[in-house]
Design a binder for this molecule. Structure first.
Ligand SMILES: [Ca+2]
Ligand SMILES: [Ca+2]
Ligand SMILES: [Ca+2]
Length: 182
């Protein structure tokens, strides 16, 4: 069972993923997301990286479509997205592994510019800005999800934050804000 608070988070996530606001998540939304990530990470002049970012977000779309799309069209409706989130939340430890692993990898591919396996303050802020989050909120979120306080968000810390976003019923959980603040 999920709480009303969790349901609100899934609904908010759906609206962010439905970039063009037509009421369904499609490959076009992920293409648009990849485009934003390329721009925000300053990767436009690096063709192999641009290709890697597009490949990562296309891969994420494929993962979501396979998991959530229950009919024969090529789109994930809000109803389908909420259903897969609610089903995944039944297993708080591993239920969202299908989404979080590839999602964190896509963020790292896009924003870990120096390739050290973690997001510096500058790299994290660039990702947050790509999601439409201002600098003040981005830095507040960084402090919350940087569990070891080294000023960087490791892939592990990002996975933990994403897991909290998708599974925690606690309104104070640090990961709640990673995709934007309501
Ligand atoms: Ca859409
Ligand atoms: Ca880095
Ligand atoms: Ca850290």
């Amino acid at each position: 069972m999920v709480t009303e608070f969790q349901r609100e988070k899934y609904t908010r996530r759906f609206r962010l993923l439905d970039r063009d606001g037509d009421g369904a998540i499609t490959e076009a939304d992920y293409e648009s997301q990849a485009r934003r990530m390329v721009a925000a990470s300053g990767s436009a002049a690096d063709p192999p990286k641009v290709e890697a970012i597009y490949a990562a977000y296309r891969g994420l779309w494929a993962v979501l479509c396979r998991a959530a799309n229950k009919d024969t069209d090529a789109e994930v409706s809000q109803e389908e997205f909420l259903a897969i989130c609610v089903a995944s939340a039944d297993d708080p430890e591993g239920g969202f592994a299908w989404l979080i692993g590839p999602g964190v990898a896509a963020v790292m591919t896009s924003f870990d510019s120096d390739g050290d396996g973690r997001l510096s303050g500058v790299e994290f802020r660039a990702w947050q800005q790509a999601n439409g989050i201002d600098e003040v909120h981005a830095m507040a979120t960084l402090r919350l999800v940087d569990r070891d306080g080294d000023g960087h968000v490791s892939a592990e810390e990002l996975s933990r934050a994403a897991l909290e976003f998708y599974t925690s019923a606690d309104p104070e959980a640090p990961g709640n804000g990673i995709f934007g603040v309501t």
